[in-house]
Design a protein around this ligand. Structure first.
Ligand code: HEM
Length: 415
């Protein structure tokens, strides 16, 4: 049966993955006219799949698990070793409920208010600067917001360095060589810092609000009733801080979208909150950030004539699904209004994973991401004026993962 499923003939596709990046899975699915194909990556057989139906299968907890899916190199940079991304069943559920409650509508509102204050404050600084690199600025601001909200002490002097560490962890996920090692060093240093903070909470040296992310992770217990060791608690707290800093990428792409589609600026001014939301959603759909996500087959099943064997590694194409012409009309066009009739299908629009976040691994931070993006979109479109100098490189590569506009989006003459 498996003979009917396309097998990429190359001995190993690792090089092709590096060369094609975000488009690797989509290119092959298109070539074969199939939703899935078999390949070899880093010496092992992998099934790559794309589209809504594939996402539905991938997020079925009976069929897939995360145990053994994330390579150590990703755990040692992006996720943290043995973090929620690698857990299944009761432990996953227990930790996920804490993430979900921290990022409830109340948490989202607090973060949104902090974003309004901090980004507004930044404008007075930007006015005095000759060139503002939006990506770099946004990372530091978001790091301050994240720490303030979470209850983690952060001095003005250390904000930049801490932000750079969180950024380097994300920047390492698709990297080999120096970028990977930079991410590893950044993680070691961030874990040391946050582990120390958790320990101080536990010994009552540091007072922190009950209900804050810091306090919650310091006292969290897994279903076995044992508290997490201080390093594990730090890793999960970092799983809240680091991705808030990563919203800088979508903020930078939002600025690019505004620049590339000036017609949207007028609508952002006149059409109110709904249009801002569509704009933010379209940025998350159209521009590349998360390429794909991996899991292992929990028990054998057959889909599209392919026998998925227990333990088999499977990659789901997030970028390609968000650009699937069967799901999106003119997917290569940036068109915020497409979200006017959005049916809320959790397997079609998957910029931060698919399915119901409360039941599986989908990102619990989408609400925060969209609200913080909207604050920045409003700022850029309606509250300030600026120029976008031509002597900068606004292109972004689809082969570097993660990617962003090369110059980080430079603004001048901010008023
Ligand atoms: C999981 C993307 C922002 C916290 C994920 C996943 C992706 C993702 C692709 C994995 C989904 C899966 O494994 O199936 C993004 C992107 C963001 C973002 C592109 C934009 C900046 C956030 C924010 C937070 C957050 C702001 C928290 C404040 C998490 C956590 C998980 C996760 C804790 C693990 C969930 C689990 O394994 O159950 N995110 N995320 N993310 N994200 Fe996000």
């Amino acid at each position: 049966l498996n003979g009917e499923v396309p097998k990429d003939q190359s001995l190993d596709n690792s090089l092709a993955l590096m060369q094609e990046g975000y488009e690797f899975i989509r290119n092959r699915c298109r070539k074969y006219g199939a939703d899935l194909f078999e390949a070899r990556l880093l010496g092992q057989k992998v099934v790559c799949m794309t589209g809504e139906e594939a996402a539905r299968i991938f997020y079925d907890n009976e069929k897939f698990q995360r145990k053994g899916a994330a390579p150590k190199r990703v755990q040692k940079t992006l996720f943290g070793v043995n973090a929620i991304q690698t857990k299944d069943g009761a432990v996953h559920h227990c930790r996920k409920m804490l993430f979900m409650s921290l990022l409830s509508p109340e948490g989202v509102n607090q973060l949104k208010s902090l974003a309004e204050v901090h980004f507004q404050e930044a404008v007075s600084r930007w006015k005095k600067m000759e060139r503002v690199v939006l990506f770099d600025e946004a990372e530091v601001i978001l790091c301050k917001i994240a720490c303030e909200w979470a209850g983690v002490p952060l001095t003005e002097e250390e904000a930049k360095e801490r932000a750079e560490d969180f950024s380097a962890m994300v920047d390492a996920f698709g990297a080999v060589g120096p970028r990977h090692w930079k991410g590893r060093r950044a993680r070691t240093s961030a874990e040391e810092w946050i582990t120390g903070v958790i320990e101080k909470v536990r010994t009552s040296e540091l007072d922190t609000r009950q209900g804050s992310a810091l306090h919650s992770w310091a006292v969290h217990r897994d279903p076995d009733g044992e508290p997490l060791d201080a390093n594990m608690a730090a890793i999960e707290l970092i799983n809240v801080l680091r991705p808030i800093v990563a919203i800088a990428t979508f903020i930078t792409f939002s600025a690019l979208a505004l620049h590339e589609h000036p017609e949207c600026r007028e609508k952002l001014r006149t059409e109110g909150d709904e249009y801002k939301e569509w704009f933010a959603e379209e940025v998350r759909r159209y521009y590349p950030f998360g390429p794909f996500v991996g899991a292992r087959v929990k028990q054998p099943f057959t889909w599209q004539n392919y026998n998925f064997a227990e333990g088999q590694l499977v990659l789901l194409d997030m970028y390609g699904t968000n650009h699937d012409y069967r799901l999106w009309e003119f997917p290569e066009q940036f068109h915020p209004e497409r979200f006017r009739d959005w049916d809320g299908n959790l397997f079609k629009f998957i910029p931060q994973g698919g399915g119901d976040p409360a039941k599986g691994h989908r990102c619990p931070g989408e609400g925060v991401t969209v609200e913080v993006m909207k604050v920045c979109i409003d700022l850029l479109a309606n509250k300030i004026t600026y120029e976008v100098p031509e002597d900068q490189d606004l292109t972004y590569s689809l082969t570097r993962m993660p990617t962003r506009p090369q110059s980080g989006f430079i603004l001048t003459n901010v008023e």
